[in-house]
Each structure stands twice: as C-alpha cells, then as structure tokens.
Design a binder for this molecule. Structure first.
Ligand code: ATP
Ligand code: MG
Length: 287
C-alpha cells in the first residue's frame, strides 16, 4: 500500500513527476480520519511494547519546505504516543558550538536509546538541502583538505554510512518528506498574513526563500536519491491536503513499527516462581 510513497533505492524519485495533491489511499476525509484514529491506537500499543522490550530504537525524521505542515504533523504524532521514551528533537540554524564540531555531532547526541522513539524536526539533511542551495559549506569546510566540488557528495555518503551504522546498532531511521506545491505554500503564507492567530508564524524571509524553490526541489530530489536505502527508506508524502498527509504518516509509522515487531519481554520460569511466592506473601499480608 505504501509502496508508491516509499523510496528504498530501487527506483528514482522524480520531483516534477510526483503529485503533491493526490489522495489515492483514501479519497474521503472522514474515512481517513477514522482510519488514522485506529492506526494511532495500534501505534500506541506497539510503542509500549517497544519501550518494554528495549531491543530497537526508532528515528522518524521530517523534512519539508516551509508551511508544508511539518510542525502540526509532528504535534499530532506525539499526541498519540505515551511520553515515556518519546521525544522531539528540532534542528535549527547551528550554533557556534555546533559549527565548531563535525556536522553529525549534534545529530548523534539526539539519537534515541533502544526502546525509544525520536521525532526529528529537520535533521542531518539540512546540510545537503539549505547547505547545498546556499553553499554554506564554503564557509565551513577546510578547503585545503576537501575539494569543495565534492563536499555534498561526501555528505550523502556520510549520511548513508551513519544511518547504516545506526541500523546495525538497532536504531532504525525512516525519513519523511512532506511534499507541498509552490502554489499551496503561497496560500498558506497568505493565511498567515490574513489570520491574526497565525501572524506569529509568518516571517518575510520565508517568502524570500521562494525564489530558491526550484533549487530546493532539486536538492530534495538529489538527497533522496542518494540516501534512500532498504534499511533507511524515504517516504514522499503528498502534503497539499493536510488531512491526507497526516493519515499517510500514521500508516508509515504503523507499518514501520509492525515491521520492527516489538514484544513484551517473556517472563522466565525462575521469575514466575518468584512471582508466585511473592503473591502468597502479599496475600498473607493483605488479610
Ligand atoms: P520551522 O521552520 O522548522 O518550523 P522555525 O521557523 O521555528 O522552525 P527557524 O528559526 O526557521 O525555526 O529554524 C529553522 C531554520 O534552521 C531553517 O531555515 C533551516 O533551514 C535552518 N537550519 C537547520 N539546520 C541547518 C543547518 N545544518 N545549516 C543551516 N541551516 C539550518
Ligand atoms: Mg522557519
């Protein structure tokens, strides 16, 4: 079912050929909301098992153009999970301390422990998205050591290795690109200007970034095609309809957790015997 949105390296992602507004998995909004509520209940249960078992951790990483609905989707995902062992990590413009380190340093710090789920709001991919479009690496890399023409290719490689390294250490990474159209983004910016309660979200620089729209789309296409693997797939989710986007995200997370297949730890016979004697003792004491 999710195959059409999943990129695992076997087929290329073509940004221009990909619809941002189709709703093929569920055309009806009410039905999608109902299915999402069912999915959320299942996700909640599986997360409890994941937390109890402590065998595998999960990173669900979100990338998107501004106003695609990233923050709202993340809030929604977090609402259906229990707070134990679940957190959001947001990656903003790097601080001076972060820039003084290698670019994966701040990412690694937020990698979840086994049993935990981390929701990444932006990620290591910023360094091959805005980093590529604005050529930020020119001020970051030591050009005497590294050929600047190769920086971005090296980063794709670094990220592939990093995610595979985490996978081998029981931490999975799935990557979600919320794919909104330029026209829909314009509409959402307009509502940020027109509706007072959305004013706080509006910044003029976000509109200026629209000039680079095509360069960003190319950067997303390249990043996805260079880093989509079986173990760490990308999902490209149509984002022009928010209700549909959220529904598909719930399907993706559920599908991933089902594949991880967490189970409550089995109680050993020894512990069972211990339970039994403690039970007798407690029964006695509760009389
Ligand atoms: P968001 O836009 O994610 O909803 P926000 O508007 O609250 O969050 P911003 O201050 O806009 O927060 O922070 C996000 C900005 O940080 C984005 O413009 C993003 O491109 C930038 N950013 C994140 N990581 C990096 C990085 N590694 N290098 C350069 N810029 C980065
Ligand atoms: Mg912003």
């Amino acid at each position: 079912m999710l195959k059409k949105y999943r990129y695992d390296g076997s087929e290329k992602f073509h940004s221009k050929k990909t619809s941002t507004k189709e709703t093929s998995l569920c055309k009806d909004r009410k039905k999608a909301e109902k299915k999402m509520a069912e999915n959320n209940a299942e996700i909640d249960l599986l997360q409890q098992k994941l937390y109890a078992e402590k065998k595998e951790g999960l990173i669900v990483l979100f990338q998107a153009m501004d106003a695609a609905g990233k923050d709202g989707t993340i809030t929604h995902v977090l609402q259906c999970l229990s707070p134990h062992g679940v957190y959001e990590a947001a990656f903003k413009v790097p601080s001076a301390t972060e820039l003084a380190h290698d670019y994966l340093w701040r990412i690694h710090e937020k990698v979840p422990a086994k049993g935990e789920i981390a929701i990444f709001n932006r990620s290591q991919y910023e360094d091959v998205l805005i980093g590529k479009v604005k050529e930020l690496y020119k001020g970051q890399a030591h050009s005497d050591r590294i050929d600047l023409d190769k920086v971005i290719d090296y980063r794709y490689e670094d990220i592939r290795y990093f995610e595979e390294y985490l996978y081998r250490n029981n931490i999975r990474t799935i990557k979600i690109f919320l794919n909104v159209s330029k026209k829909e983004q314009a509409k959402r910016f307009l509502s940020r200007i027109e509706e007072p309660e959305k004013n706080w979200k509006f910044s003029a620089s976000d509109v200026e970034e629209r000039e680079y729209w095509d360069a960003y789309q190319d950067a997303f296409e390249d990043a996805i095609n260079h880093t989509a693997t079986k173990h760490s797939p990308w999902y490209v989710v149509p984002a022009d309809h928010k209700w549909y986007m959220r529904y598909v995200v719930s399907e993706i997370i559920l599908d991933t957790l089902k594949d991880m297949d967490p189970k409550y730890p089995v109680v050993t016979e020894e512990r069972m015997a211990q339970f039994h004697s403690l039970k007798e003792q407690l029964q006695e004491e509760s009389k």
